[in-house]
Design a protein around this ligand. Structure first.
Ligand code: NAD
Length: 482
């Protein structure tokens, strides 16, 4: 892959960082709210003080990436998560009282659940949102009182190298460390005995990560991808739907885990959809190659993968419509790896574009007669990260939502459920396991420790379980089984 980080970090070096962090974590003892807030604020400095550098480096890593995308989808999203954690960490840390079964509460026993840091957490991130994928989970990991070692993506080598420089200026390596490298480093990284390991990336790699983590019984959070469908009901407002789908099919050139992957629409609405979508995309991007707002595909390999989907669909009989408003010459292009927008009409299941996560500005459009057929189609496939329903028909909405399982849902828009700190974010089945964002992330990266305090009075004596057993125990058992 072009521009990839070539230098690997040896396993021993990663193991040494983990050992240093664990020793420091244990020596620290209770991690106060003040310490957590200080770390969160320093992480915010690592983001905001260098935002112009990130904008430049991410664009260089991508070939071209609009400054607006980096500001909106990386800097703002990351700052939001860090500020949310700073604001709520004290409340999140509070132990919660629990009631006890009769008669323990009456006898003076007390119970609570105390969230405790997991310890040292490993974080492996992808390239598509280089800042968000690091800073958002980091916010909740630090709020939970953990130490963190980050392995950013090798496909954004300039940004990942800069992370190491920036974090080492504001954090000791025993608090936060950055380890750079590619697959070899990732493999060495995932085989370490972390107290928790979070991985964001492709499902196929997620399986390897979970396998490596299982050797150490390290708990994992896996944020994976998949094919997130759009279901357009008959009652949907066409213009609104077109604008929303087109916006996120092209933001970051569709390289978003939550991007609408393929669309399902009633057969008699298809042609109207194609016209309006084409017009909308052309209005959004009157030119693409010569437009800084139109983002590149991350590498030549990924651009070729996407071009391959189009070729394969064409060969297998799909009606392919390329949307290239300024009729630019993409074939003879530059190093920027840009790809024009495309619609694939009447795709069939044997086409690659219907089998693999697209991660690019290509939209297959399936048609249906009955919405039940779409529900069956979705249920026959791996559970997606997201599902999007457009329409005003509450009964139909209820059917689609209750009869399908996805990580999350946005109704009458796409992607937005993943942008709120107070909604748990995560996949299900093939799209991942575990949740983060806000309080749910705090819980994910904490250990929920049960603490029970017994009174002076012998509970065992009261219940009759101290030998020798007598009628007292039998009567107690009978009472409990009534
Ligand atoms: P990727 O799985 O190729 O890489 C992610 C990370 O895994 C990188 O740091 C990489 O070094 C490491 N890695 C790659 N191969 C490995 C191996 N064999 N063993 C161990 N580690 C390995 O993913 P990507 O191409 O960077 O990102 C695209 C994928 O990420 C898409 O599937 C997308 O849906 C998913 N994604 C999911 C979310 C989410 O929140 N659910 C967010 C962004 C991206």
């Amino acid at each position: 892959m072009d521009g990839t980080h070539k230098v690997e970090t040896p396993k021993e070096e990663i193991a040494a960082i983990l050992a240093t962090q664990r020793a420091s974590y244990i020596a620290e003892g209770f991690v106060s709210a003040a310490v957590r807030k200080d770390r969160l604020k320093r992480a915010l400095t690592c983001l905001l003080d260098y935002k112009d550098d990130y904008i430049r480096l991410i664009s260089e890593d991508f070939g071209n990436r609009s400054a607006e995308t980096t500001l909106f989808a990386d800097v703002v999203a990351s700052a939001g998560a860090l500020k949310d954690a700073i604001k709520h960490v004290e409340k999140w840390m509070r132990p919660s009282k629990r009631s006890l079964q009769f008669p323990l509460g009456l006898l003076g026993a007390k119970a609570e659940v105390v969230p405790q840091p997991k310890g040292v957490v490993g974080l492996i991130t992808p390239w598509n949102f280089p800042l968000t994928m690091v800073f958002v989970p980091l916010a909740q990991m630090l709020a939970a009182g953990n130490r963190v070692v980050i392995k950013p993506s090798e496909h954004t080598p300039r940004t990942s190298a800069f992370f190491k420089e920036v974090f080492s200026k504001h954090f000791g390596e025993e608090e936060i460390a950055v380890v750079n490298g590619a697959v070899e480093t990732s493999q060495a990284f995932s085989s370490q005995p972390w107290d928790h390991l979070m991985f964001t990336g492709a499902p196929v790699v997620g399986k390897l990560i979970m396998r490596a983590a299982s050797e150490n019984l390290t708990p994992v959070t896996l944020e994976l991808g998949g094919k997130s469908p759009v279901v357009v009901g008959d009652s949907a407002d066409m213009d609104r739907m077109v604008e929303r789908v087109a916006t996120f099919k092209h933001m970051n050139a569709g390289q978003i885990c939550l991007a609408p992957d393929y669309l399902n629409i009633k057969r008699d609405k298809r042609d109207e959809f194609v016209d309006r979508y084409t017009q909308k995309v052309s209005a959004m991007y009157p030119s693409m190659l010569a437009n800084d707002q139109y983002t590149s595909i991350i590498s030549a390999r990924h651009r070729e993968r996407l071009e391959g989907y189009i070729e394969d669909a064409r060969e297998k009989g799909a009606d392919v419509r390329i949307i290239n408003p300024a009729e630019e010459d993409f074939a003879g292009q530059n190093q920027a790896n840009k790809l024009p927008s495309a619609l694939i009409l009447d795709p069939t299941d044997d086409m690659k574009v219907m089998q693999e996560e697209i991660f690019g500005p290509i939209l297959p459009v399936r048609t249906y007669e009955k919405v039940e057929d779409v529900i069956d189609y979705i249920n026959d496939r791996p559970r997606p990260l997201a599902l999007y329903y457009f329409g005003q028909d509450k009964a139909e909405e209820g059917e689609v939502l209750s009869r399908t399982t996805s990580g999350g849902v946005t109704v009458n828009d796409v992607l937005w459920h993943g942008a709120h700190e107070n909604l748990p974010f995560g996949g299900v089945g093939n799209s991942g396991m575990g949740h983060y964002h806000g309080y749910d992330g705090f819980l994910e990266f904490s250990h929920q420790k049960s603490v029970l305090r017994h009174p002076k009075m012998s509970i065992g004596g009261v219940l009759g379980i101290v030998p020798p057993y007598t009628d007292k125990l039998r009567k107690n058992v009978e009472r409990q089984l009534k």
